[in-house]
Write a protein that binds this ligand. Structure first.
Ligand code: CTP
Ligand code: CA
Length: 231
């Protein structure tokens, strides 16, 4: 075990991190979900606590082996709507907000009160989905002076150039201070304990490229956040 001395450069800074993946109910027994384990977001929360921050984790369906640090206050949420409410409640008082959660883009237009039975939809079933609000866009619109807002983007891409291009476009579109992008695919990005991030700022400048364990990439992101806060 390598014990690395981390800088206490977030002493007393309040940090809110969202992590995991939301689930949108279809009926009482089914949902639409995604493959996010919560590992990167939980690593960011732990790393921030290691550096002296006061950390709140808004956690959506973390994998069973992904356990938040005991120093971190955890708010458990299920749906995108719940995650949005938790962020609205906690972000105004935060100095740093990191949206690492994979938030469902759509929810089911009318959730069935009872389990949908095959005989209700013989031969096939069409679900109508409605777009969820963009939580981080709302946080950016309400951003106070001195607050740093960070988004994530998990993208399927052909190469690093396309990842960077998409990261820049998304950072600009969202208006976030920093955006961390990583490549994902059928066999890439999710179950892994390692990650590779490119971190860009709003104007598209690359501020860091980091790879290694999700703890290492968490600290690299916090380095970028600290540098941004110092202006
Ligand atoms: N996000 C959010 N609210 C949503 C969807 C996403 O706050 N309803 C946040 C995510 O937590 C992430 C960032 O926005 O920090 C980027 O998410 P992403 O899914 O990559 O962006 P979208 O705007 O949803 O674009 P698309 O999925 O079409 O690429
Ligand atoms: Ca999305």
């Amino acid at each position: 075990l390598a014990l690395v001395e981390r800088p206490r450069d977030l002493e007393g800074v309040s940090v809110v991190v969202s992590a995991g993946g939301t689930r949108e109910p279809i009926d009482p027994v089914r949902f639409l979900g995604n493959r996010s384990s919560g590992r990167q977001g939980v690593a960011i929360a732990r790393a921030a606590a290691d550096r002296g921050a006061l950390v709140t984790l808004v956690a959506a369906h973390l994998d069973a082996d992904v356990v938040p640090d005991p120093r971190v206050e955890v708010i458990a949420v299920a749906t995108a709507d719940e995650l949005g409410r938790a962020m609205d409640a906690t972000a105004p008082d935060a100095d740093v907000v990191v949206m690492a959660a994979a938030v469902a883009d759509y929810s089911v237009a009318s959730v069935s009160e009872n389990k949908i039975r095959k005989q209700d939809a013989p031969g096939g079933l069409t679900l109508e989905l409605v777009e969820n609000r963009d939580i981080v866009a709302g946080l950016v619109a309400a951003r106070r002076d001195g607050q740093t807002i960070v988004a994530f983007a998990a993208e399927t891409v052909r190469d690093d150039d396309e990842l960077l291009e998409r990261a820049r476009a998304k950072a600009a579109r969202k208006g976030v201070d920093l955006l961390a992008a990583n490549a994902v695919g059928w066999t890439q990005g999710f179950e892994s304990t390692d990650n590779a991030l490119v971190i860009v700022e709003r104007e598209g400048e690359v501020v860091a490229v980091a790879s290694g364990s999700k703890d290492d990439t968490a600290h690299a992101l916090l380095d970028a956040i600290v540098a941004h806060r110092q202006g």
